[in-house]
Design a binder for this molecule. Sequence first.
Ligand code: G3H
Ligand code: 13P
Ligand code: ZN
Length: 316
Amino acid sequence: MALVTTKKMFAMAYKNKYAIGAFNVNNMEITQGIVNAVAEKKAPLILQISRGARKYASMSYLRAIIDVAVAENPDIPICMHLDHGDTFEICKQCVDDGFSSVMVDASHFPFEENIRITKQVVEYAHAHNVVVEAELGQLGGIEEDVKGVGHDDVLKHLTDPNQAVEFVEKSGCDSLAVACGTSHGAYKFKAEPKLALNIIQQVADKLPGFPLVMHGSSSVLKEFKDLINKYGGKMPDAMGVPESAITEASKMAVCKVNIDTDLRMAMTAKIRQVFAEKPMEFDPRNYLGPARDAIKAMVIHKLDILGCSGKAKECL
Ligand code: G3H
Ligand code: 13P
Ligand code: ZN
């Protein structure tokens, strides 16, 4: 089957209290690891591509890899989504490139400007049967291409539930990324993780039935952090979102959960381990293969945390 939008996925996820995993892809091995996991667990899937991924791999390569994933898995609904499009132009480009969903992230602009840019993207995307995720409030952390507020300021930029209603009504977006204390990257908290899941509940109460999105939702799994630190890496202070909070949010109005850092850490940990244990190794298949398998196992685990294992059929 062809790429799907998130419409049916979100309707089913909302109704049946689970969330769809949205995993970032940058190359073939990452994509295969994720797709092999959802194929085994029969889970719906959102593959997301950042501006950084477009720059790194080029859209034509990523598109071709995803086309193969879609063709080989006709029983799995797969959405191709732009992650953090910061301008109308990049969102338009992705609609024209065949994405089935785009995120317009104008959350760094004042409220009215965020509405204006989001509405402009919604008008273009909807005319091409593409759905739109928007963001209100600001997430923390800094990725290669995606900039957020500083870690100490995360809790000052939470989504205002009252503004959320006006924002959704005026912009016409299909889903909303809500800032609830998460941030991008591997260093989300300095001490105890603090999330404001009450913000999600408040937005959900004001917008019943409307799908919410949680970014910055990697958990920084101990297994991979320990391997990285054991085999020459230095990430002792890395800390992520507890998986219990992800499950809790998935049972609320959160229908999409974004995960990138956990993929990066699984891949890095396994490659470091292979190099440390086999210093003579120089065949990329012998370290990228195990890295791909580590991603698959990690994603299988996440699908259970999200509650979306076995839900592919109802989302088709
Ligand atoms: O939200 C950020 C994602 O992890 C993508 O990061 O811009 O470095 O590809 P990136
Ligand atoms: P993590 O850095 O927590 O994986 O978040 C990824 C993300 O939100 C992509 O948009
Ligand atoms: Zn994000």
